[in-house]
Design a protein around this ligand. Structure first.
Ligand SMILES: Cc1cc2nc3c(=O)[nH]c(=O)nc-3n(C[C@H](O)[C@H](O)[C@H](O)COP(=O)(O)OP(=O)(O)OC[C@H]3O[C@@H](n4cnc5c(N)ncnc54)[C@H](O)[C@@H]3O)c2cc1C
Length: 325
């Protein structure tokens, strides 16, 4: 008979890390965390530029931290260090390079199945997989010959390139700002105004535009993209044509609905995953972090979700004495 964990956590980003740390702090011993990457915090590692400033009150939304992870304004590196230390301080059974493909409900437990067919059992599951596993793609075709230069992050940017950054959120603003000194950058967003990004990011971008360091194309969409002698030939809806070495699509992530459906997650009438104020979706199934909302989340919110969940678990079953961190 395989052991039955008290809580299984899917995803080791801020939400999964907070859930597991709070669980240990409050005395839950039997926890298992799964992460498909070879280390925790894959979104931060992959999508944040090196030395990127990390804001606690992301997008100007003030969040009062409830839990024990002392997250502050910092950088990509200091944030990763904080999570590393938080995990190291607590003994958490974590399975890296382990992707979950399905969760099914049995009589009084859940069966958690990995993509390699292994199975685990837990009384409760916390789904904290974020949205960046599936970044949004444009609805026109990218020529196969240029696919390796149509990216979702700036990690492949080499410098001395003509780069088009597409998007209107924080990632787009940060990427354009970060690479503009080493590349010729054009910023394209289909709406007339950038409203979704952090005011600081908008300011940085607009300063560069004023100084003619970044070319701004607002209120214009892209109709199609062709390969012209190894470069992107971009046809804009206003008739303009642009030529670029690389395109960065910073269009956010998609809620993996099919995956969530195969994990016993219930949806509301608007086809959004349901959660209550305790992050509970349905009996024994919790959602934490970015996966909870239709708009982008934040690290601080994700950390608070972990705390909410453990408080709910405690109030339901684990009448254990609270321990300090
Ligand atoms: C460019 C950029 C800049 C940002 N800057 C800031 C900032 O300054 N401040 C801030 O507060 N927020 C910022 N954010 C938002 C922040 O990164 C997210 O809100 C936060 O990472 C969400 O945490 P999460 O745990 O929900 O998901 P993620 O961080 O996305 O973590 C999910 C984890 O689950 C794993 N996973 C996915 N699927 C599976 C599976 N099937 N099985 C096992 N593991 C799986 C992933 O590999 C990943 O490690 C930024 C986001 C981006 C893209």
């Amino acid at each position: 008979m395989k052991s039955v964990y008290d809580i299984a956590i899917i995803g080791a980003g801020p939400a999964g890390i907070a859930t597991s740390c709070e669980a240990v702090i409050f005395g839950v011993k039997n926890i298992l965390m799964f992460e498909k990457g070879e280390n925790h915090s894959q979104t931060i590692r992959k999508y944040f530029n090196d030395n990127k400033p990390v804001d606690k009150d992301w997008k100007g939304i003030e969040v009062e931290l409830k839990g024990h992870i002392d997250f502050k304004d910092g950088t990509k590196e200091s944030t990763l260090d904080l999570f590393e230390e938080s995990l190291e301080k607590r003994v958490i059974d974590a399975k890296f390079k382990t992707e979950i493909s399905q969760i099914s409900r049995l009589k009084n437990r859940f069966k958690i199945i990995t993509t390699t067919g292994e199975s685990y059992f837990a009384k409760r599951v916390v789904i904290a997989i974020g949205k960046m596993g599936k970044p949004n793609k444009p609805d026109y075709k990218i020529p196969v010959t240029l696919k390796n230069r149509a990216n979702h992050t700036i990690s492949d940017c080499k410098g001395n390139e003509d780069v088009l950054v597409v998007g209107g959120g924080d990632s787009a603003c940060e990427y354009a700002y970060f690479i503009h000194q080493d590349n010729k950058v054009t910023f394209n967003y289909r709406r007339e105004k950038i409203t979704k990004a952090n005011p600081k990011n908008i300011k940085n971008l607009m300063n560069c535009v004023e100084d003619k360091e970044i070319d701004l194309k607002l209120g214009i969409d892209i109709k199609k993209v062709e390969d012209e002698k190894g470069k992107f030939k971009v046809f804009y809806t206003n008739g303009e044509i642009g030529r670029y070495d690389r395109i960065i699509y910073a269009l956010g992530g998609v809620t993996p609905k099919e995956f969530l459906k195969s994990c016993c997650v219930e949806f509301d009438e608007k086809s959004k995953p349901y959660i209550n104020h305790k992050n509970l979706n349905t009996q024994g199934v919790y959602l934490a972090g970015d996966i909870c909302g239709s708009i982008g989340g934040s690290i601080a919110l994700a950390l608070n979700h972990g705390y909410n969940i453990i408080m709910d678990c405690m109030s339901q079953e684990f009448a254990l004495e609270a321990k300090s961190a």
